[in-house]
Write a protein that binds this ligand. Structure first.
Ligand SMILES: [Zn+2]
Length: 148
């Protein structure tokens, strides 16, 4: 396999890593280079603003779970509470349980960090065994404190 290819859009020869991978395409890469693909995507979304924002909304609605847990992960990372060995699958499961409780049982549950991320004396980590489900009310009254 050659390590360069010619972009079908700009006709420039570029190294393979200048092309997005696409398993459905022959050779495993898109025929147009990243620069061209970005330009066409950008043009498409500005020409189809309404349908694109609808598509994004629909995607968000059906992938809320991932968005919410990623948001918490980002927040945690900022606080240096995120650790590379955290089990994202287990963390997602905790958030999934919260969604099930809230949806199926009409609960008002929130995911809480048992050991607060910004505690006064110690800082908890964003890992599954530092997560628990609390009612929204209990979570408010707990605040950034440890349970006594
Ligand atoms: Zn190109």
């Amino acid at each position: 396999m050659s390590s360069t290819r010619v972009c079908t859009s700009c006709s420039l020869e570029k190294p393979l890593d200048a092309f997005y991978k696409d398993k459905t395409k022959r050779g495993g890469y898109r025929p147009d280079c990243k620069v061209c693909k970005r330009a066409t995507s950008k043009a498409y979304s500005s020409n189809n603003r309404e349908s694109e924002s609808q598509r994004h909304r629909a995607y968000y609605q059906s992938n809320k779970k991932g968005f919410v847990s990623r948001k918490a992960r980002r927040r945690a990372a900022k606080l240096h509470a995120d650790v590379p060995w955290a089990d994202q699958g287990k963390i997602d499961f905790v958030y999934h349980c919260r969604d099930v409780i809230n949806k199926v049982y009409k609960g008002n549950c929130e995911v809480d960090h048992i050991e607060p991320l910004q505690g006064k004396h110690v800082c908890g980590l964003h890992v599954h065994n530092n997560l628990q489900l609390l009612s929204a009310k209990a979570n408010r009254s707990k605040g950034a404190r440890r349970k006594r």
